[in-house]
Ligand binder design. Structure first.
Ligand code: UT7
Length: 330
């Protein structure tokens, strides 16, 4: 029986300076600000410059999270990066970030659970600290979706942006930190959201235009239905596991894919809007970075109070979904 909790010691984020507005998209594809706001809630997204490697965002977010935790990069024992858009398959994004921030004592590996990746990485990291194997783990969600978007397809190009979010996980007093987590995968639904890499099936080739084998493709309405149902179920599961009620939850930080998905899940749960963190109007869908970027925004603007019950919840490619319930201890 451990006599400590495992909690978030620091948070950080990085959003590139370059902004792409709905008005800019109107000039690129057959869309409108009115359609994008009404169907998604999004207004703008941040984009990386073509010449900047994506891991630079994660390195910057990592530095801020380590500083927020009052630690130095040399204190980090392990780096886990969640990404579905790595710069290289090897070296991993975690090794690229390790080098950039000089975290010389850290082991490093990547996790790919698409938009749910941060929840998966946090759950993995928690085990290492609980067992006493490591003391300080840096978790980065690093996503450069603009690199794999078909900029001629209005079905997808209006949705995505680039960003990184990071947290440092470590030991906290036993009444704080992660209390429950839940992970699930539905490989049989994987064909609904795909980004080919070293191989592409004939079916996936047909779904894309010629010369566009590496772009993201999704069946929006199938993913939408999965998203609303799974987000609500994931929240309920950790709330029940923690033996509390939904009324005891102070803030839900969901994956930011579509305001209608967030509202749909909130309605199923009977949760008021003011208990849900929404940032997608500023960022678009930034995949697994959305939960840690929103967490950092809430942390830095003082919305999180010591002792608050917070639920992190996400869904995404795989298909995957997951949730974490924690007591905020900073
Ligand atoms: O984190 C990754 C996981 N992915 C998701 O969470 C995505 C989940 N799905 C969604 O968020 C929504 O399904 C979308 C935002 C992708 C699409 O919204 P929708 O309300 O489901 O639209 P739809 O696909 O049913 O399309 C309705 C109409 C179509 O026109 P027709 O066939 O009715 O004439 C589309 O061609 O809207 C059209 N449309 C657009 N119109 C203007 C699709 N994209 C656009 C656009 N601008 N950008």
């Amino acid at each position: 029986m451990v006599d400590f909790g495992v909690g978030i010691l620091g948070t950080g984020k990085y959003l590139p300076d370059k902004i792409l507005t709905n008005g800019d998209l109107e000039k690129m594809v057959d869309t409108s600000d009115e359609w994008i706001v009404r169907r998604t809630g999004m207004k703008k997204r941040h984009l990386l410059d073509d010449n900047t490697p994506s891991y630079m965002m994660g390195a910057e977010a990592a530095r801020l999270a380590i500083e927020d935790a009052s630690l130095t990069p040399m204190d980090i024992d392990l780096i886990i990066v969640s990404t579905e858009t790595p710069d290289y398959l090897t070296p991993s994004m975690s090794c690229l970030i390790q080098k950039d921030i000089n975290a010389e004592n850290a082991a490093a590996f990547d996790v790919n659970a698409a938009c749910t990746g941060f929840v998966y990485a946090l759950t993995i990291a928690r085990q290492f600290i609980q067992t006493g194997y490591y003391n300080h783990i840096l978790i980065v969600a690093n996503e450069g979706l603009s690199r794999i978007v078909d900029w001629e397809s209005r079905n997808t190009c209006v949705l995505f942006g680039d960003a990184a979010g990071a947290v440092v996980l470590g030991k906290v007093d036993k009444e704080y930190g992660i209390r429950e987590s839940y992970l699930a995968s539905f490989g049989n639904l994987g064909h609904n959201l795909t980004i080919p890499c070293c191989y592409i099936s004939e079916e996936d080739r047909q779904k894309r235009g010629a010369g566009k084998e590496r772009v993201i493709w999704q069946d929006g309405s199938e993913v939408f239905t999965f998203a609303v149902r799974s987000m609500a179920e994931c929240v309920k599961t950790v709330v029940e596991k923690a033996n509390i009620t939904i009324e005891d939850v102070d803030l839900i930080i969901p994956h930011q894919a579509n305001l209608r998905i967030i509202n749909g899940a909130a309605k199923r749960l009977g949760v008021e809007d003011d208990k849900i963190s929404v940032i997608l109007q500023e960022t678009g869908n930034i995949s697994s970075a959305s939960v840690p970027v929103a967490l950092d925004m809430e942390n830095k603007k003082g919305r999180l109070k010591k002792g608050d019950t917070v639920v992190l919840v996400a869904f995404g490619g795989g298909l995957t979904c997951g949730s974490i319930l924690l007591t905020w201890g900073k």
